[in-house]
Design a protein. Structure first.
Length: 218
């Protein structure tokens, strides 16, 4: 069956489109170029400096300049309490693990001034196996730390009457301490005791015994 003839109005419109098709194509191409130029010349979004971990970092480590780097991020994506420069975090104790590229925030590091009430002491982060027992502690409590060998079952006290300086909150996500088990406690101890705690953490399971009452903050 032969195609039906177009109405006169449509035939005229078709002839006009065919007549000016080159001009329309050029106009559309110019419009595309104009839009591309405008998109390329649009001002970039505002960015701010952001301090991030330079590598995967374990909880309890003392941050150094090699552990962090400064990058820039869109202002809207910078988390609350984020560190901006290395001096904001270097020398502070990491309260929870960080993945490479993860921002360093105030909840991931032990706060400043914790040693003001413990002259001559150092901060020793200790991962206690029983997270429930740590949940009973408060900052200012005094504890003994017991190291138990998983092979022989023998136990020894590796820290006596150590004040609890901080109780970092458990972090969520793939690098959170809940995947490692237990809970982190930061103790104020002398350097010899800090070494004993570090050695005990390698080969033993650590637990705490509350030996002193909570001291209210002034």
């Amino acid at each position: 069956m032969p195609p039906l003839p177009l109405p006169p109005g449509l035939r005229r419109l078709r002839r006009r489109v065919l007549l000016h098709r080159r001009g329309l194509a050029a106009l559309l191409a110019a419009l595309a170029v104009l839009l591309a130029v405008r998109a390329a010349s649009a001002p970039p979004p505002a960015t701010e400096p952001l301090l991030v971990a330079a590598a995967d970092l374990p909880g309890g480590s003392v941050l150094t300049e090699q552990d962090v780097r400064v990058t820039r991020a869109a202002a809207a994506s910078v988390p609350e309490g984020a560190a901006r420069e290395p001096h904001d975090a270097v020398g502070r104790v990491l309260a929870a693990p960080l993945r490479a590229g993860e921002p360093v925030t105030d909840v991931r590091v032990v706060g400043p001034g914790l040693l003001d009430g413990y002259p001559g002491a150092v901060l020793a982060p200790v991962r206690v196996a029983d997270a429930g027992a740590v949940g009973l502690l408060e900052v200012g409590d005094v504890v003994d730390v017991v190291a138990t060998s998983p092979e022989s079952g023998e136990a020894e006290v590796v820290a006596r009457r150590a004040p609890v300086a901080a109780l970092p909150q458990a972090a969520s996500g793939p690098a959170g301490p809940e995947l490692q088990g237990g809970r982190l406690v930061v103790l104020a101890v002398d350097e010899h005791t800090a070494l004993a705690l570090a050695a005990g953490a390698v080969a033993s399971v650590l637990s705490v015994v509350l030996t002193g009452q909570h001291t209210p903050s002034p």
